[in-house]
Design a protein around this ligand. Structure first.
Ligand code: SAM
Length: 274
């Protein structure tokens, strides 16, 4: 196994003071990083997309786990440190300088299936999450997503119906995928520590219910949870056909959005499409 300098030394050597503007909070505990890299299961020989490698802590854990890593990083200060890492694992690390929000990830991965692992700034992480889960084509080319979020957002992603955290993110994440909270990460694990606690969510694609359009489902959840305290007959009034679909499915229009299961939402979306 490659003998690597401690991450603190890498950061000092390359002058990688954490930039607030780039949402940089680094993970330096190699045992913790190895546990994160193990969440998707055996990565030996597998293609992994890592977004935001920074000084490369998670990257080295992924390489040690046997993965072939493609890493997208927009902070060019990190590139020399990542180049050193690439030399320690010949032919196994490809670094792309760029903004992950602007790149086509399937094209970057040349059509090969890939696992995604990432510790990203929370705003970028949420935007990418919505994109990864919102595609019309299913199953997607990614085989799993293992992503760090602010704990409160992670809880909204894995929330079950009839809970206060249940909303658009939960439906997006769970109507055709399995999402679980894989690990809580204390703020003190980061350098510098963020203000809030974090948690890692792991998502794997599941079967897609027939006859449901993502766009129709999104329109429904946007309306239903946009006025989550209101009864469905009020919140869905502006969605053409929604009240008829409720009646046809025998869903009481006096219920509120948070009481509807994932299956209720997909049945409603199917009803609207027809
Ligand atoms: N993965 C490293 C770790 O765990 O220590 C760094 C985590 S730091 C929270 C987030 C990293 O994402 C930073 O290196 C930052 O430069 C990078 N980043 C932020 N926005 C990005 C974007 N849109 N595309 C690619 N990288 C981005």
């Amino acid at each position: 196994m490659a003998d690597l300098p401690p991450l603190r030394e890498v950061i000092a050597r390359h002058g990688l003071a954490a930039s607030k503007a780039l949402g940089q909070n680094f993970l330096l505990d190699e045992q913790l990083l190895a546990r994160i890299a193990a969440i998707p299961g055996d990565l030996t020989g597998k293609a992994v997309l890592e977004v935001g490698p920074g000084p490369g802590g998670l990257t080295r854990a992924l390489l040690r786990a046997g993965a072939r890593v493609t890493a997208i990083e927009m902070d060019r200060r990190c590139l020399p440190a990542l180049a050193d890492l690439g030399e320690a694992f010949p032919g196994r690390l490809r670094v792309i300088e760029g903004d992950a929000l602007k790149l086509d990830h399937d094209a970057v991965m040349a059509g090969e299936p890939y696992a995604v692992l990432s510790n990203l700034p929370y705003n970028v992480g949420t935007a990418l999450f919505v994109r990864w889960l919102g595609g019309e084509t299913w199953p997607p080319n990614w085989t799993s997503l293992t992503l760090m979020f602010q704990q409160e957002v992670a809880q909204r992603i894995v929330a079950a119906p009839d809970s206060s955290a249940y909303g658009r993110l939960a439906v997006l994440a769970q109507w055709r995928a399995e999402a679980r909270l894989a690990m809580k990460v204390h703020r003190s694990a980061f350098t510098p520590p963020p203000k809030v606690m974090s948690a890692i969510v792991h998502v794997e694609p599941a079967a897609m219910p027939d006859g449901v359009s993502v766009r129709v489902l999104e329109r429904l959840t946007e309306a239903a949870f946009g006025q989550r305290r209101k009864m469905l007959r009020q919140s869905l009034k502006g969605v053409p056909g929604a009240l008829d679909a409720l009646e046809a499915l025998g869903i009481d229009p006096q219920r509120r959005a948070e009481t509807l299961s994932f299956a209720d939402f997909t049945a409603l979306a199917r009803g609207l499409a027809s």
